[in-house]
Design a protein around this ligand. Structure first.
Ligand SMILES: CC(C)(COP(=O)(O)OP(=O)(O)OC[C@H]1O[C@@H](n2cnc3c(N)ncnc32)[C@H](O)[C@@H]1OP(=O)(O)O)[C@@H](O)C(=O)NCCC(=O)NCCS
Length: 166
């Protein structure tokens, strides 16, 4: 299978936040931001694989600043790294205040998406070409996150084994 450039997977989703997106404190609900991150990541993963994908995990989600009703949210998603059937997609969220043009970085998320075949089984994803220095850095950092995730899973499994909890 031919490798595909990371930049071909870029996906941008823009949404205006309205009153129905608010929580009881009057800010935009974090779940709304997570859902749109998931959508943007799904689009990037489909663009890379040209197949159906599912979200296996949301590995990390930061909320750096509250988002306000009336702001315009932009979700920029791109594939960071590809393994066998799974890939990490990074999503950067920016909030723009339309009346002033001020733009703030409000969230970053990393999601693991898995490519599915026609039977709904995980299938190989095309390898990724990380061409720019930024793409190469993101690929290295995605490998660190995967190593940490797998090490954490193993450590928890071993601890449960020791405690006879499996
Ligand atoms: C994701 C899913 C397809 C994995 O199925 P599975 O039977 O565990 O398949 P495999 O063991 O072959 O794993 C497939 C890939 O998923 C990855 N994976 C599985 N569980 C994972 C998890 N919790 N976190 C991160 N990656 C995971 C594996 O590492 C593997 O990646 P690789 O092939 O690149 O090494 C399956 O768990 C699933 O369908 N989950 C539900 C997804 C869904 O509905 N999402 C929307 C939620 S509403």
């Amino acid at each position: 299978m031919d490798a595909k450039p990371a930049h071909d997977s870029e996906a941008v989703l823009v949404r205006w936040m309205s009153i129905v997106d608010a929580n009881s404190a009057g800010f935009v609900h974090g779940g709304i931001v997570m859902k749109l991150c998931d959508e943007a990541a799904g689009i990037a993963a489909v663009k890379h694989s040209r197949r159906r994908v599912v979200t296996a995990a949301i590995d990390r989600m930061t909320f750096l600043d509250p988002v306000h009703v009336g702001q315009l949210l932009t979700f920029k998603a791109k594939v960071n790294a590809v393994w066998r059937t799974s890939m990490e997609v990074g999503v950067r969220v920016e909030a723009e205040t339309p009346l002033t043009g001020e733009i703030r970085h409000t969230s970053t998320a990393y999601l693991t998406m898995v490519v599915l075949d026609d039977r709904g089984e995980p299938t190989a994803a095309p390898p990724l070409l990380a061409e720019s220095p930024d793409e190469q850095r993101r690929m290295r950092e995605a490998e660190v996150r995967r190593r940490n995730r797998l090490a954490e899973r193993e450590e928890i499994r071993a601890a449960r084994d020791r405690a006879g909890e499996l």
